[in-house]
Design a protein around this ligand. Sequence first.
Ligand code: PGA
Length: 252
Amino acid sequence: MRKPVIAGNWKMNKTISESIELVNGLKRELIDIQEVEIIVCPVYTALSDISDLIVDSNIFLGAQNVYWKTSGAFTGEISPLMLKDVGCKYAIIGHSERRKYFNESDQSVNKRIKAALREGLTPIFCVGETLEEREANKTTDVVKRQLSEGLEGLEKEALLNLIIAYEPVWAIGTGKTATPEQAQEIHGFIRSWLVENCSEEVAESLRILYGGSVKETNIKELMQQNDIDGALVGGASLDSSSFVGIVKNSLG
Ligand code: PGA
């Protein structure tokens, strides 16, 4: 059985006090939920306060990116060691906004994944096609390339500690969710790729999240699909009641 994951990607939103307010609301409403792994990924400046706030709760902390070196002259970057130090268990890696606005490549994504795993962080590795690629029937080619290059050189055992998020770029922040069938098709494709390129064991246990305009009203249907194990939520994770609604509606 794969434990469902609902992760909130806050992107570049919220000051420290706003972040605290949101997490206090989530703690109150979600205190009894043990069946879902609940993750919040605030901005770096709020990580320390949120980490203190969620100690001994059922909410876990993730970062929105990570660099691959441990320390040194890399102005503006943050290392896996530092994220562990502040209490992160997860790091989003290869988000399409990082790829598009900050020129992150499959190769640099691969280095980030390796470094995160080495430090004991669980990467939430994002893949997904643009609208242009989908319309040109290249979705599976693109996802296959992102998977094989992003996971290049990783040991099978290491992959047991990975989460994959399929996020079609055309569905992110646009209000256009992929239909459950469209999402399932690619999730199924990712799982078969894992069987062929890693192992049955990895394919069976690895959680594959869907991301792209997930809301309270569409999570249930998405979760009913065989290969959808949760969601990476952007916009709807910024509001306590809508994130709580998504977590609650994700339960069978
Ligand atoms: P969205 O973002 O839920 O606002 O579409 C998802 C994401 O970018 O992870």
